[in-house]
Design a protein around this ligand. Structure first.
Ligand code: GYE
Length: 313
């Protein structure tokens, strides 16, 4: 906004409202869609200047980026936090500087909720529950046999990992015949997903694995590559059942065709929600502390080409 005096690090941005956006990295196409959505909403035509920073998958560099925003005297900070904990100090610094912070996508766990203004993002517990309850339907006929699950986790300590993992672990406790035979962190990347699945196939053989539970589509693409390379069958017709999250356009095609059994939507189009919050704050209005974005769960039974066409990313 308009400032009476400029500090050493402050630039003259005219009347533009300056927003700093700190992303944890660019590990997935999903995240690129989130970046684009935020950029599309905070445009100069609308009176905003967006400063985007990529933390290259390290919390330390994300914290540095946020400190730079504070020094620059931005008007708002948007943070998609790589993990939930470890933000109290830097958020206190933003608060002391009088800069409202919007947490988006993943959440934070802080001692004092007043350290940030609002959260916009996914309900990861609900996502995990969607995944598990739909997987149950695909395994109904296997109720007597053992169900062996390869679990490829996301970045450990991120809200997305915590919610999606918890639902599976709870389900494994509930179903005595479900076993997690491999549990490893795929860092939400295709390369890691492929590596973990290839190793699982090599160690367990092709007959032992019933399910691969991937905590995002990149990992699922990697797991699929590993199964293709090893000549392992997967899909609803027979072979390994794949569960994945994000529901990227190409993953939905695989789901409609029965290759992926369950696709839980994760909505990266959060820019309009964040824009709405910040424009309300600009007018001096109160905003809700928590806004969950709308999300659904897809299987071959409820997918249609029209739904997939609408998924642009
Ligand atoms: O599922 C994954 C991304 O935090 C919800 O992070 C997000 C997750 C998303 O890298 O693809």
């Amino acid at each position: 906004g308009e400032k009476a005096s400029l500090g050493v690090f402050e630039e003259d941005n005219g009347n533009l409202v300056v927003v700093g956006f700190s992303q944890p990295g660019a590990e997935s196409a999903w995240r690129v869609a989130l970046t684009d959505s935020v950029k599309e909403n905070f445009t100069e035509e609308r009176g905003y200047k967006l400063i985007y920073k990529d933390g290259r998958s390290k919390q330390d560099s994300q914290i540095k980026d946020i400190r730079t925003f504070i020094q620059q005297g931005v008007d708002y900070i948007i943070i998609s936090p790589i993990v939930e904990t470890g933000w109290d100090t830097v958020l206190s610094e933003a608060k002391d500087a009088g800069i409202p912070v919007i947490i988006c996508d993943r959440n934070v766990v802080v001692e004092n909720e007043s350290l940030y203004t609002a959260f916009v993002g996914s309900d990861f517990t609900a996502e995990g529950e969607y995944a598990v309850s739909n997987l149950e339907k695909y395994l109904q006929n296997d109720e007597d046999g053992e169900i062996n699950i390869v679990h490829i986790q996301g970045t450990i300590g991120s809200s997305a990992q915590l919610g999606r993992t918890k639902a599976l672990e709870d389900a494994v406790k509930k179903h005595t015949n479900w076993n997690i035979v491999v549990q490893d962190c795929g860092e939400f990347t295709k390369a890691k997903g492929r590596e973990i699945m290839a190793q699982a196939i090599e160690e367990l053989g092709t007959e032992t694995i019933d399910v691969v539970y991937c905590e995002n589509d990149e990992e699922a693409y990697g797991a699929i590559q590993a199964m293709n390379e090893a000549g392992v069958e997967y899909g609803n017709k027979g072979g390994i059942k794949i569960v994945s999250f994000d529901a990227m356009n190409s993953a939905l095609v695989l789901c409609m065709n029965g290759h992926i059994s369950v696709e839980v939507e994760c909505n990266p189009l959060q820019g309009p929600y964040i824009y709405n919050l910040i424009s309300r704050l600009e007018k001096g209005n109160a905003v809700p502390k928590i806004t969950y974005v709308h999300e659904e769960c897809f299987t071959a039974d409820n997918l249609e080409p029209e739904i997939i066409e609408k998924r642009r990313f």
